[in-house]
Design a protein around this ligand. Structure first.
Ligand code: NAI
Length: 364
């Protein structure tokens, strides 16, 4: 009997109120009927931390792991060593850095994700976050809730997006969709930094210019948006040194992965006023601790500049249907020996199957 272990977040009363919350433990990605019909043992849990967790207990004999980046079951090298039967790790969503991909390759575990399932959801969140920061929305809204009315206090940190230079670090599916959505804002210039170049017609469509040197790229942007996967080449790519290349008063948006940034360096840059603001939904470890420095950092001039939310951009209800169905399809392909859609594959047969997780040799 095939055993599938699903690590998902709890919905509680919200799952009762909203049955479309498919990514919860209660609704189990809508997989229960599929598993019952096909005689699959399905274990669903949110309990994922520590040696006594349900995750650690059940991974030992699971054939398939399914998890979401929103409440990731971190499949470390150590856990992989205990997971004797594991053949397939499915990401219900996009971004598989919660798996130690090198260790997965050594064991020839296939890692697959539902490519494209939430890229529009994230791109919309990026545009929202840029606007929330540049237009200094959060302190203005807090003022209203507090019963106050002091226009100057919020206008002193409020700008237009029009006329600014905006750059995306990573110009794949999400980065490109962000650029498409930025085009009508009449920014001064759109830039991208990526070792893979955009096709010429795509770059032309959005009017973006490629900058090949990271320092050169960061130093030209008023707004930087991070849209690359987390891997050895991008971990901590935003740190004290690279922040120093950025313009004074720039804004930084990160909906890609928290660990792309050195958290303390970002908080220091916001708290000191070097950055006007930072916003996003991804945290170095999730759930984020209650005292994480990104919860309370604030720009000294505006007392704002903080547009952080829990990991939610890619888990809109529209996205949940797509990644739930996509995860079942990947499982079904695997059970029936049907080749996976190539673009869904991160690792297969002991190799990286994508160009997005670093510049490697020996990739397909
Ligand atoms: P993609 O694979 O289409 O594009 C990623 C791009 O990043 C590629 O063009 C790649 O060449 C580039 N890249 C990789 N390393 C780089 C480096 N060192 N410097 C510059 N560029 C680099 O992936 P997609 O669909 O655009 O997703 C990107 C990431 O966004 C995911 O891996 C995930 O971490 C994150 N994500 C976050 C979500 C959320 O809910 N917050 C939801 C979906 C994705």
């Amino acid at each position: 009997m095939v055993k599938v272990l699903a690590i998902l977040y709890d919905g509680g009363k919200h799952a009762e109120e909203q049955p479309k919350l498919l990514g919860t433990t209660e609704n189990a990605l809508g997989m229960r009927p599929y598993c019952e019909k096909n005689g699959i043992e399905l274990v669903v849990t949110s309990d994922k931390e520590g040696p006594d967790s349900e995750f650690n207990k059940h991974i030992v004999d699971a054939d398939v792991l399914i998890t979401t980046p929103f409440h990731p079951g971190y499949l470390t090298r150590e856990l992989i060593a205990t997971a004797k039967n594991l053949k397939l790790a499915i990401t219900a969503g996009v971004g598989s850095d919660h798996v130690d991909l090198n260790a997965a390759n050594e064991r020839k575990i296939t890692v697959a994700e539902v490519t494209g399932s939430n890229v529009v959801s994230v791109a919309e969140h990026v545009i929202m976050t840029i606007l929330v920061l540049v237009r200094n929305f959060v302190p203005a809204h807090e003022q209203i809730k507090a019963g106050d009315w002091e226009v100057a206090a919020v206008a002193k940190g409020e700008y237009d997006l029009e006329g600014k230079v905006v750059g995306t670090l990573g110009a794949g599916r999400i980065g490109f969709r962000v650029l498409q959505r930025l085009k009508p804002f009449d920014c001064k210039e759109l830039l991208y930094y990526d070792y893979n170049s955009l096709p010429e017609d795509a770059a032309k469509e959005v009017g973006v210019r490629r900058v090949e040197d990271l320092k050169d790229f960061l130093s030209q942007c008023d707004v930087v948006t991070l849209n690359c996967p987390l891997h050895e080449g991008t971990k901590g790519i935003i740190n004290k040194e690279t922040i120093s290349y950025m313009k004074d008063g720039a804004w930084l948006v990160n909906t890609a992965r928290g660990a792309l940034c050195v958290a303390e360096d970002v908080a220091e840059a916001v708290n000191s006023g070097k950055l006007s603001g930072y916003g996003g939904d991804v945290w170095p470890k999730q759930p984020a601790p209650a005292d994480h420095c990104w919860r309370t950092m604030a720009n000294p001039l505006t007392k704002g500049g903080n547009a952080m939310v829990p990991h939610m951009s890619g888990t809109s209800l529209d996205a949940q249907i797509r990644y739930a169905n996509g995860a079942i399809k990947i499982l079904d392909n695997w059970r029936n020996g049907v080749p996976q859609t190539q673009s869904d594959l991160i690792t297969e047969n002991g190799e990286y199957a994508t160009l997005s997780y670093g510049q490697r040799t020996g990739k397909k």
